[in-house]
Design a protein around this ligand. Structure first.
Ligand code: MN
Length: 303
């Protein structure tokens, strides 16, 4: 099943199920059970059930052409966004990093940075470098604390794509990756039965139709079960939390007017635009510090 969140005519969040070329508005199923407003219908759904397909039942809501709706972040109000820093060896090499996730652990992005597919990433500063990081992400479906890798996949509600937009430099990661709009996520939350195993997924990222990232998710240093195990040993994971797995090699600078797209096997296509409208000079001085990203983007050849 492909779940999504889209904007209603009044800008409210609507819960959708994607059915072919249509999206079916199933918000009423959640509204019946819990007053909305404090949490989004997607987060309410994930909190109420481990089995969205059973819970939602027949797709009896209003049917709209998918192309006619504006997508919101799949979870507009996650309690947290947990991210893996260096989790592919080829990305570690391109960044000339001495360490990877088993020394670095995890970090958090501001939840206010989420954005839906089709939105525009606004670069805040005119004098800093900003890069795209295409990533496989998962959404937590059940409260998880100190779960084992063997049990971890039972806590995953589904998979999606995420762009971990990043300012390069020496400021703290939580600053460099938390600007509004710096976490495009979606377009769908694809349940595990339909998404398949992460180890069978391939991730690709394009900038202006040039392929920059092309990786097998099986190359993750810490795979999805290990990530959930570790993250849940640090902090309690709750329904709707987003966990993003890290970016493979091929990160590169993006500029005003660029278009970024990410695809992962069975998960659809996440697309955003980039704009530097309103960019100002950066008030912090970290530009010359931090890991050194590659100067030139080397487009990869499709396999
Ligand atoms: Mn990242």
């Amino acid at each position: 099943m492909k779940l999504t969140t889209f904007f209603g005519p009044d800008e409210s969040y609507r819960l959708g199920v994607v059915d072919g070329e249509d999206v079916v508005d199933m918000t009423h199923c959640v509204e019946r059970q819990a007053p909305l407003g404090l949490v989004s219908p997607m987060r309410a759904l994930l909190a109420m059930t481990d089995s969205p397909a059973t819970f939602l039942g027949d797709l009896d809501g209003e049917r709209l052409p998918l192309s006619s709706v504006r997508l919101a972040p799949i979870v507009p109000d996650p309690a947290k966004i947990i991210a893996a820093p260096v989790n592919y060896r080829a990305h570690q090499a391109e960044m000339q990093e001495d360490y990877h996730i088993d020394a670095l652990g995890i970090f958090l992005k501001a939840t206010s940075s989420v954005m839906g597919s089709g939105g525009t990433v606004r670069l805040p500063y005119s004098d800093r470098r900003f890069d795209q990081e295409g990533e496989l992400a998962l959404v937590i479906g059940r409260t998880a604390s100190h779960v084992s890798a063997d049990d971890a996949l039972g806590y995953v509600a589904g998979y999606t794509m995420l762009l971990d937009m990043t300012m390069r430099g020496g400021e703290d990661r939580s600053t460099r990756k938390s600007f509004d709009g710096f976490t495009p996520v979606g377009p769908y939350l694809v349940t595990p039965d339909e998404a398949g195993a992460p180890d069978d997924m391939r991730l690709q990222t394009w900038v202006n139709d040039v392929l920059r990232q092309d990786a097998d998710v099986s190359d993750l240093i810490w795979d999805v079960p290990r990530l959930v195990e570790y993250a849940s040993s640090v902090m309690t994971l709750r329904p709707g939390d987003i966990l993003t797995t890290g970016t493979p090699a091929g990160i590169g600078q993006v500029f005003d007017g660029d278009r970024i797209a990410v695809e992962v096997t069975h998960l659809g296509r996440l697309e955003v635009a980039v704009s530097s409208d309103g960019a100002v000079s950066c008030p912090t001085r970290g530009a010359q510090r931090g890991p050194k990203p590659p100067e030139e983007v080397t487009p990869v050849r499709a396999r």
